[in-house]
Design a protein around this ligand. Structure first.
Ligand code: KG4
Ligand code: ZN
Length: 338
């Protein structure tokens, strides 16, 4: 059996994150969220890279300290090689490469989207690991995919968005309502107090297992403009019902496709991952499907939904264990920008 102490680094977007794992258990999981982007209403790549440069050493130091591990005890280092923002990825990549070279330990590159899926294999009390094959729906600010997972490293994308990601749909809708970035969690919060059937938005018609969200954003924009013309306080007076209606529509779009995927593949095990898997609407809808349709669903622990390094660590560990890494060898792992 392996005895692996692993440092994982994630810097693909606007969170600088580091985690320490002992095999498949998380000893520490530190995230520095960059607040600088809030005032711009979205992630500014150049500012993100600069903030990663400032955060990377303190975040890694904090992760080691919280795990009570000295860097000399590390067996390997895993880092996000992509997809993501080039400047952001480079900070984590360069740091990981240098440290692995200095410590003479293996360096393991990890795909961010694979990590959102394999986060389900972190050993956590009260959380069951999926068995193969299962379907994973990765729903984040950058991606929306349905993936057929046959083993840890055999995955195939069977459906994806043809335009915006679902997280973008949440964030852009929130922006139209004057909510700060990232607005997804705020829509979720307001939705809990509203009636989802108040404003019926239409779902797009998209072939197969693919998604489209850009039409919804436009639909919401025209709807708001029209309502505000009649009542300038429309948003303030109806914020809960608007958020509930938007969330109901988005969750409906996701559920339609995952139901179709289950039907097509005959696989009734469904896992979700990515920032939007924190959403109460989608969590509730999946639990309902479990009850009514006999599915088995896997919802990640909240701290592993949005970007984090623990999920990078579990992929690193699984690769290390399967010896997909050349031990004590410098591996030139390139960065794959989005
Ligand atoms: O996975 P993630 O942290 O970063 C990417 O890889 O993109 O996902 C961030 C996205 C944002 O769009 C954010 O608004 C959304 O996840 N999000 C949510 C919720 N929590 C985060 N969307 C809806 N409801 C939530 N509770
Ligand atoms: Zn992500």
């Amino acid at each position: 059996s392996t005895n692996c102490y692993l440092l994982a680094i994630e810097s693909s977007c606007d969170d600088t994150a580091a985690a320490i794992l002992h095999n498949d258990k998380v000893l520490s999981n530190v995230v520095a969220t960059q607040e600088i982007h809030e005032q711009y209403g979205g992630v500014v790549p150049e500012l993100a890279s600069r903030a990663h440069q400032q955060n990377i050493v303190p975040v890694v130091t904090a992760a080691l300290r919280k795990a009570n591990i000295d860097k000399k005890e590390l067996s390997a280092i895993a880092f996000t090689s992509g997809p993501g923002l080039l400047g952001s990825l480079l900070v984590g990549t360069s740091f990981a490469k240098s440290l692995a070279l200095g410590l003479n330990i293996p360096l393991i590159d990890v795909n961010h989207m694979q990590a959102h899926i394999l986060a389900h294999f972190i050993d956590e009390d009260g959380y069951e690991k999926p068995s193969f094959p299962f379907l994973a729906m990765t729903i984040s600010g950058g991606h929306t995919q349905i993936v057929r997972v046959d083993s840890y490293f055999q995955m195939s994308v069977i459906g994806e968005t043809i335009d915006d990601a679902v997280g973008e749909a949440f964030d852009k809708s929130a922006k139209l309502l004057g909510l700060p970035y990232p607005g997804g969690p705020l829509i979720d919060k307001w939705a809990a107090k509203g009636n989802p059937k108040t404003f019926p938005f239409t779902r797009p018609k998209v072939e197969g297992l693919n998604f489209s969200f850009s039409g919804l954003k436009t639909q919401i924009m025209y709807f708001m403009q029209k309502q505000i013309q009649q009542n300038p306080n429309f948003i303030e007076e109806n914020i809960a019902d608007i958020c509930a209606s938007i969330q109901y529509t988005i969750v409906g779009i996701l559920m339609d496709k995952i139901k179709k995927a289950v039907k097509q593949t005959g696989i009734t095990q469904v896992a979700i991952g990515g920032g939007v898997s924190a959403n109460k609407g989608i969590r509730h809808a999946l639990k309902e499907a479990e009850k009514n349709m006999g599915w088995k669903t896997y919802l990640p622990k909240f701290e592993y939904t949005t970007d984090n390094a623990a999920m990078i660590g579990i992929v690193g560990y699984l690769k290390y264990r399967e010896e997909l890494v050349e031990k004590n060898n410098y591996v030139d792992t390139g960065v794959q920008a989005q």
